[in-house]
Structures are given as C-alpha cells and as structure tokens.
Write a protein that binds this ligand. Structure first.
Ligand SMILES: Cc1cc2nc3c(=O)[nH]c(=O)nc-3n(C[C@H](O)[C@H](O)[C@H](O)COP(=O)(O)OP(=O)(O)OC[C@H]3O[C@@H](n4cnc5c(N)ncnc54)[C@H](O)[C@@H]3O)c2cc1C
Length: 453
C-alpha cells in the first residue's frame, strides 16, 4: 500500500494549487482524479477569472492559450432591460479562460514540483482510524480494482461532489450536507455564433426572476465568435429546470440564430457562506467541497485556488511539527475567513435580499438608483456601503412607493456589516469555536427571518 504525506482528492483548481504548494515544500503528495489526464481542467463553468486572483496565490499570467480573451468588466441588465449597470473596476478586470488549458497549466505546475497523479481513479470514501482520517479508498476506473492509499492528511478538493466531506464521521464537526437552497443548478453551453459580437469586452449578466429565480443568465464572449452562455437557478422550492429555461428564454434571442452547439451540460454551484469549519483530524476541505464560491456571482475559481494555497501552507507547517490534528490544521480556517470568507459570508446576506426581490423592484431599484452601480460594486467587493442620512433621504424620496424595499436594503446592509465583523473575529483556536458558531447561527437565523421568511 502506497503511503503519502498528503492525498489530494480532485485535480481541479483547488486540488492543483494545494498539491503544488505542498510538493514545493518537499512533501510527498498524490492527486487522484476520476478524469483522464488530458481532460483535467475541463468543466461546466462560466470560464471567467478576475486577474487579481492569480496574483493573490503568487501565480504569474499564463502565456500558452489558457487566457482566451481579456475582459474589462461586467454589465448587469435589469429584468426589463431598460437599465444597464456597467461595472468596470480593477477587481472585475480579468480573462475568459480556456478552461481545459488553464486546468492543465495548474496540473503541470503541481506535477513539475513532484506531485504524483492517479488519473481515471475514483475516490469512494475516506478511511478513518481512531477518529483520524488516514487515507482513502478509491477505484481504478480502467481495471475496476479497488485501491487503498494512505496519507497523513487527506484533502477533499472533489468540487460539488464533496466525496470525502459527505462521508466523514459526525464527530469530526464538519457539516456534511448543504441545503438545496444554497445551491444554484446551472445549464451552460459553448456556442459558435454566426459572427463576432460588437460589445465583446464586457461579461453580460441578465437578472430576471421569472427566467432565473434567485440566479441569472450570463453571456460571456470568448475568442472569435465563441460564447459561453448559461443560466443558474436557485434550488429553492419548486425551481424550474435550468435547461428548459435556457432553451425557452435564452436561445430564442436573435443573437443565437444559426449558432452551433459546441458543448453543453448541467452542473451545480454552491453559493453561500463557507463551511463554518473546514478541518478535522487528518483532513481539510477545499474549494466547492467547502462551499467557497462567491454567493452573488458564483465565481469560485479564485477562492478555490486560494483555499488550496492556504491549506497547503498550513499543512506544511503542521507536518513539520509532526501534527496533523484538527487543532494543528485550524490556521487554514482562520486564514481563509480573513482573506475571503468574511466577504463571502456578508454576500450570503446580500444574496438573501436579492432572492426575495421581485422583478418590478429590481427594475425600479436600478432605474431610480435605489441601488446604485457603486453599491453593486461595493457589495461584489465585499466592501461596506453606508446609506447615510442625506443619501437615504434622497433615496426614500425617489422610492416613495418602494419604502419596503428600501427598508429591507437598510436591514441587509446592517446585517452584512455584522456578519462580516463576526467572520473577522473567527477564533484563532479551536477552543472558542463553539461560541463563535452559535453566534453565526443566530445572525443567519435573524437574516433569514428578516429577509426571506
Ligand atoms: C455553470 C457554472 C458556471 C461557473 N462560472 C464560473 C466563472 O465564470 N468563474 C468562476 O470563477 N467560477 C465559476 N464557477 C464556479 C467554479 O467552476 C468552481 O467554483 C471551481 O471550479 C471550484 O473548483 P474546485 O477545484 O473546488 O472543484 P472542481 O473544479 O469541480 O474540481 C473537482 C475535481 O474533482 C474531481 N472529482 C470529483 N469527484 C471525484 C471523485 N469521487 N474521485 C476523484 N475525483 C473526483 C473532478 O473530476 C474534478 O476534476 C461556475 C460554476 C458553475 C457550475
């Protein structure tokens, strides 16, 4: 039986960054993925990445076709299409990726540092001994044989499937289930248009609660006349089938007349706050498996890479001390909450506000600037937006008929601030966690009762 310092389950963006980080430090690491080596990186995704995410994890700009097109920002359309917010700011400048090549680029970085890849290998479950995760049971998909791999730390980077997280013993203290309403069901196609579009340098987002309840439609132009187009709906109550919505409302737009389907499919995006705790004895959870995508726009490539990088750094320190316990891995939780989790949790509250907004409120709010472009920008960046007295007065005047929405917006802003501050105080050690978690629950219960129920 092969033994490793670290076993990474999943060679996605989170897994490759983690493998690279620990391999660089000289640890013996393997990455297992059910895909074949050449398919790693391929994924149903919007393929958009903010440039700053690369810098944060110390990556240079790839040069080999991984970046297909530069993007200057995002345009957000109101449901009636009458108002367009153009959000062009440093953090929204980025690239449309060739997703497969980008994944291959990250994988190569991990392998060049010495990580070993087991492709066509499906992880089945964690192996636990005396409450410590000590390895994984996996299946070689070519031979059908089961294999056991042993490691001092196992990382769940298996994306939404979260094959390790879902099968951990309860005492580990890691949430195993994620409720449906915290997930977007998405349908996405890559299409070749008849000709290139003119307004290609902005990603386009269309809000419409009829078409995409709790989500949005996106049209992102790639190189040439290729587009990445799709939609997501919140899996709340009786949510509509995203593929049906796509064919009924999106593909019928004149833009797609005579276009050619290159590939398409359904996948899921968790859009909520991070797991309260992402570590256990001998285990850590990364990327989508830990619910690390941005709750508002669903972007998860950046935070998943960040989680791989931070978990990797923490593991190197932990194994230097010869201690892979939960206590020793705790720093990863704290560091992620500080760098992205607090913003993410605040945005989960903003998501609740948007979830209950009706199309007419969004039309009105965007047209009369109850919600301004700057608010959207600040919300997206996780910055606070204050409704100061004069500003509030102006907005109330503009929105006499919409005072309820304005009140909700004010409540939302206050709750976002509280939630962010709470995550900013994420406990440095495991000892104070339970108290923190209970207050977190209280805050979100309050948010739900004021904004959703
Ligand atoms: C439709 C859609 C559009 C999106 N658009 C964007 C966007 O434009 N920009 C952005 O930043 N984010 C976007 N996201 C989110 C983004 O794709 C994810 O957040 C990100 O890919 C998460 O990376 P990850 O490494 O955690 O998981 P993944 O990229 O999903 O990687 C998981 C890996 O684990 C492997 N795996 C899974 N189960 C097993 C198993 N049992 N055994 C072995 N291997 C396994 C998979 O094959 C895969 O290689 C989108 C998501 C969706 C669904």
């Amino acid at each position: 039986m092969e033994k490793f310092d670290v076993i990474v389950v999943g060679a996605g963006t989170a897994g490759c960054l983690a493998a690279k980080t620990v391999a660089e430090a000289g640890l013996k690491v393997c990455v297992i993925d059910r895909k074949g080596r050449e398919e790693i990186g391929e994924k149903i995704c919007g393929d958009a990445l903010g440039e700053h995410h690369l810098k944060t994890v110390g990556l240079e700009k790839p040069q080999g076709g991984e970046l297909e097109k530069r993007i200057e920002g995002v345009k957000v359309y109101s449901p009636d299409l009458e108002t367009v917010f153009t959000i062009a700011y440093e953090d929204y400048v980025g690239y449309m990726l060739n997703r497969r090549l980008f994944g291959q680029w990250l994988l190569k970085k991990a392998l060049d540092e010495g990580a070993i890849l087991f492709d066509f290998t499906q992880c089945l479950e964690p192996i636990t001994e005396k409450k410590f995760v000590t390895g994984v049971l996996a299946k070689n998909m070519k031979t059908g044989e089961n294999i056991e791999l042993k490691g001092k730390v196992v990382l769940d980077a298996s994306g939404f499937t979260a094959v390790i997280r879902r099968k951990l013993p309860k005492e580990m203290g890691i949430e195993s289930e994620v409720v449906n309403e915290d997930v977007e069901a998405c349908y996405r196609e890559i299409r070749q248009l008849k000709m290139e579009t003119e307004k290609a340098e902005y990603c386009e987002i269309y809000l419409n609660q009829q078409v995409t309840p709790g989500g949005y439609t996106w049209i992102f132009t790639k190189g040439g006349a290729k587009v990445n187009v799709g939609l997501g709906v919140c899996m709340r109550g009786k949510f509509p089938n995203p593929r049906n919505q796509f064919y009924k409302y999106v593909l019928t737009k004149p833009l797609f007349e005579g276009s050619l389907l290159l590939k398409g499919g359904v996948w899921y995006d968790p859009t909520r706050r991070p797991l309260d705790n992402m570590v256990g004895d001998g285990v850590a959870i990364l990327g989508d498996a830990a619910c690390l995508a941005n709750p508002i726009h669903g972007g998860g490539i950046g935070p998943s890479m960040l989680s791989g990088y931070l978990a990797g750094k923490t593991i190197v320190e932990a194994l230097e001390k010869g201690d892979a316990s939960k206590k020793s891995l705790w720093h990863y939780n704290r560091k992620y909450m500080e760098m992205y989790g607090a913003k993410q949790a605040g945005l989960d509250v903003f998501r609740m506000f948007l979830l209950e907004s009706r199309d007419e409120d969004l039309n009105y709010g965007m047209k009369y600037k109850l919600l301004t472009e700057e608010d959207v920008l600040k919300a997206g960046l996780g910055k606070e937006f204050h409704l100061n007295v004069t500003e509030t007065a102006k907005r109330v005047f503009r929105g006499l008929k919409r005072i309820r929405s304005l009140n909700k917006l004010r409540i939302t802003v206050n709750l976002m601030r509280e939630v962010k501050a709470h995550y900013g105080n994420y406990p440095e050690t495991l000892e104070n966690f339970e108290e923190w978690r209970m207050k977190r629950e209280t805050l979100f219960r309050e948010a739900r009762s004021k904004l959703i129920e």
